[in-house]
Design a protein. Structure first.
Lengths: 335, 331
């Protein structure tokens, strides 16, 4: 019996699309039926064409031609962030489900527009917060639901990547904070009421020159008085343990403590190429894509919704404001 | 050979007594404590013939060069400033005092009479702290810009019954224990704290009206971030979680997720090796003695102790108000 498949169109090879598209391509229940873009600059089109050729998928220059096809059930959408609302509206109106790149939007208003477009069209949308699909985080959620550590009263997360020669042009908070923040809100699903943050441009020349942060520490107060913190940033020095950084979460509970290290289980390899960390087991990107595909085939609501993306963005914007003004910022922020 | 008098022979002074016995270049020649049995016992251990229940009597003894003040926190201001006025060098337990006014009183008295004043911020002398500072000073990680110091465990392994839980006597948990963390961050980062934001919770001590968990974030003049966390609310009590990260512009110092060199999975659950407590006291008291002998400035000044206190008092105000507290405002 043939397995049921969904047809997916790849929209723009920018952002994290290489990772999403590869995981979709590798998923046995996905057929890549088109590669396209929404009004791409010429350079992007070359990238799109090349990927399509390499993966044996048809390149279709006009997004509208893709959206009118019945064999397209979903799109993986990584078009530029300033075009994203318009493209989501068009795709949702065509009845296609959406896997959207992170960060989803730059503003809360754009986040609201996307939520509205998706809700109106009744399509499913998942945002690429792939860190939530790290096996350690999925497992920790089950542990917390079982009450293994009682009721959480504090959750401390570290998400520091030790790689690269430049900080993200948009700043590391806008670039990466959604990963730990989304995980924190998934593990302890309470509303954040206040945010305090200190940020700095410490490590990278481009961060110093453009005034964006490469490191931040955020303290949040959630409903029920739960304390949540996030260390977030990028450092230039390769980690001594061979990790690409530190991605850990510690949950303090009334009946115990949960500690997770998202870079485990792994081998630490001391070899000819230095010290590297060889993780094994389920890969979060593949798990995320599999979840998206399952939700479409089984008509379930995917995790990591546009609302989750908006929640993480709201905390991020509050953190940036808090650091600028050196004061506690209360949520919700005005939209 | 410096002659030292120990004022206060309960609580933390037990660790001082052990350190004085090892100290090279000093001896304890008298002890005072309000409880005669404690004074007598400590004097016996230290080989000192004299003991008293009145520290003022001890300040009259002409052969006393220096005092080691280990009394309850809120008495430091009175006792240490009196000792300074009587020309005695001073080692005062942390926190230097429980109010900035008392801290100033001690510092001013020491300056006026030209005696040496050192605050017993023991964590400057522990191997973990010293080695981190040495690594920073070596330039190995560039300029430190971010420190996250997490320490803690279950409920106190010290006596917090009786007056030990009274904030009026000790300054409360955030002051009396928080100064260790604040001073360590100040020591490592080498910059002046600008503001403090703190959170605290009363998790397992509901009947004691005290926060057994607190954390605070310090913004430094250099732009550096200091984060510290002290939990005495971990469950189970044996779970002493310790983790420290120092990020510099050119590298990183990291203990990983556990300082401890030993952990045990026993019938009582997971337990970590306890840090060596005595070592910091031995090093601290020897450093004080060396300063007396060589006429040097003590490695932890009254101002250092005052700054750690100021951070913690600000943290206390932040916990009450829920807002960021700028240093130098109020007191």
């Amino acid at each position: 019996m043939a397995i049921e498949k969904i047809g997916v169109a790849i929209v723009s090879l920018s952002g994290q699309q290489n990772s999403y598209a590869q995981a979709l391509y590798d998923n046995p229940r996905v057929q890549i039926v088109a590669v396209t873009d929404d009004d791409p600059p010429a350079a992007d089109e070359q990238v799109n064409r090349r990927w399509a050729e390499e993966h044996g998928a048809p390149f279709v220059p006009d997004l509208n031609d893709v959206l009118s096809r019945d064999d397209v059930q979903a799109v993986s959408l990584c078009s530029a962030i300033d075009r994203r609302v318009a493209v989501v509206r068009k795709v949702a109106a065509a009845g296609k489900h959406i896997l959207g790149d992170k960060p989803l939007t730059e503003t809360l208003a754009d986040g609201d527009a996307i939520i509205d477009a998706v809700d109106r069209a009744g399509v499913k949308m998942m945002v690429g917060h792939n860190f939530r699909f790290n096996p350690a985080i999925l497992d920790a959620r089950e542990s917390l639901k079982r009450g293994d550590v009682g009721l959480p009263w504090a959750i401390h997360s570290e998400w520091v990547i030790a790689a690269g020669a430049r900080a993200a042009a948009i700043g590391e908070l806008r670039n990466h904070a959604m990963y730990p923040l989304d995980a924190v809100l998934y593990l302890v699903p309470e509303k954040v009421r206040s945010v305090y943050a200190i940020t700095g441009s410490y490590f990278f020349d481009n961060a110093k020159q453009s005034g964006v942060e490469d490191m931040a520490f955020i303290t949040m107060e959630m409903d029920r008085g739960i304390i949540a913190t996030t260390s977030l940033g990028r450092t230039p020095v390769q980690h001594t343990n061979g990790y690409g950084g530190d991605q850990t979460i510690r949950v303090m509970g009334t009946h115990g403590m949960l500690f997770l290290d998202a870079n485990r289980p792994s081998w630490t390899a001391h070899g000819r190429s230095g010290t590297t960390n060889l993780t094994y087991g389920p890969v979060q990107m593949s798990s995320m894509v599999e979840h998206f595909v399952s939700c479409i085939l089984e008509d379930r609501t995917p995790m990591c919704s546009p609302r989750d993306a908006r929640d993480a963005l709201e905390i991020t914007l509050a953190a940036l404001q808090s650091s600028r003004e050196n004061r506690v910022v209360k949520l919700p922020l005005p939209a | 050979m410096a002659n030292v008098a120990l004022i206060g022979a309960g609580g933390v002074s037990r660790l001082h007594v052990a350190a004085w016995l090892k100290a090279d270049g000093a001896r304890v020649v008298g002890v005072s404590d309000l409880v005669p049995e404690l004074a007598q016992k400590a004097a016996g251990e230290l080989g000192s013939e004299r003991w008293t229940t009145d520290y003022r009597e001890l300040l009259d003894w002409a052969d006393v060069d220096a005092v080691d003040v280990c009394t309850t926190e809120n008495t430091h201001g009175q006792i240490a400033s009196e000792a300074a006025a009587r020309g005695k060098h001073i080692l005062v337990e942390k926190p230097i005092a429980t109010t900035l006014a008392d801290a100033d009183r001690i510092i001013d008295a020491a300056n006026a009479s030209g005696v040496k004043l050192m605050v017993a911020q023991t964590h400057r002398f522990y191997d973990y702290s010293r080695s981190a500072r040495d690594a920073i000073d070596s330039g190995e990680i560039g300029t430190p810009v971010y420190v996250r110091l997490c320490t803690g465990g279950g409920f106190w392994n010290q006596d917090w019954t009786g007056k030990r839980i009274s904030p009026g006597d000790t300054g409360g948990n955030v002051v009396t224990n928080g100064v260790h963390l604040a001073d360590t961050l100040n020591f490592w980062l080498g910059s002046r704290p600008v503001s403090v934001y703190a959170q605290a919770r009363n998790v397992t001590s509901a009947h004691l009206q005290m926060d057994d968990y607190f954390m605070f974030t310090i913004r430094y003049e250099s732009g550096a971030i200091g984060v510290c966390e002290l939990s005495r609310a971990n469950v189970p009590r044996s779970n002493s979680f310790e983790s420290t990260t120092i990020l510099g512009t050119g590298g990183e110092l990291n203990t990983g997720t556990q300082h401890s060199s030993r952990w045990t999975h026993g019938d009582g659950g997971l337990a970590f090796g306890e840090p060596e407590i005595q070592q910091g006291f031995d090093a601290e008291i020897q450093a004080f003695v060396d300063c007396l002998a060589e006429g040097r400035t003590p490695p932890v000044s009254g101002e250092d102790g005052r700054l750690a206190l100021e951070v913690c008092l600000a943290a206390g105000r932040s916990i009450e108000s829920g807002e960021v507290v700028l240093l130098g405002e109020g007191g």
